[in-house]
Ligand binder design. Structure first.
Ligand code: HEC
Length: 134
């Protein structure tokens, strides 16, 4: 009986040690994969947001748009809700502002803004879409 006790104890010690070091046996499971993001959007640049906000006041935008309420055009907060910030949406909305747009928010079309620089319009849109994050 005594001769058997030592190997059994050794076996027990070994198995508990194994259980502790076994991957995934710990309380916290750390997955090597990070949580999948819904397609990485570039971070919103604060300086673009600030500049975009100023540019909006210099153009005619605010004659037809307010942040929180619909005027002639949709509220910018509603635009931000509809379009999550992404490069594709910034490009899409910039094109619509420059070329004019219609049919998305109602019967009234938005006039074209061919005189605006594309880079400036993108900043305006970046500001508009940043409203969703607040
Ligand atoms: C004369 C009024 C008017 C002016 C000025 C105007 N908008 Fe609009 N805007 C509208 C209307 C109306 C719509 C809705 C068009 C539609 O239903 O597709 C709109 C839509 C938009 C949208 C959403 C487009 C979409 O397809 O969802 C954005 C973004 C926008 N305007 C930004 C601007 C910016 C920036 C300016 C200034 C450079 C501006 N607007 C100037 C009337 C205007």
């Amino acid at each position: 009986m005594k001769r058997l006790a030592i190997p059994v104890m050794l076996l027990l010690t070994m198995s508990t040690t194994y259980a502790q070091t076994k991957p995934g046996a710990g309380a916290k499971k750390t997955s090597p994969k990070t949580v999948a993001k819904p397609k990485a959007a570039p971070a919103i640049k604060k300086e673009d947001v600030d500049e975009g906000k100023v540019l909006l006041t210099k153009s005619d935008c605010l004659a037809c748009h307010k942040v929180d309420t619909k005027v002639v055009g949709p509220a910018y907060a509603d635009v931000a809700k509809k379009y999550p910030y992404s490069t594709a949406n910034v490009d899409l909305l910039s094109t619509k502002i420059i070329n004019g747009g219609s049919g998305t928010w109602g019967a009234v079309p938005m006039a074209a803004h061919p005189a605006l620089a594309a880079a400036d319009v993108k900043k305006m849109v970046t500001y508009i879409l940043s409203l969703n994050a607040k």
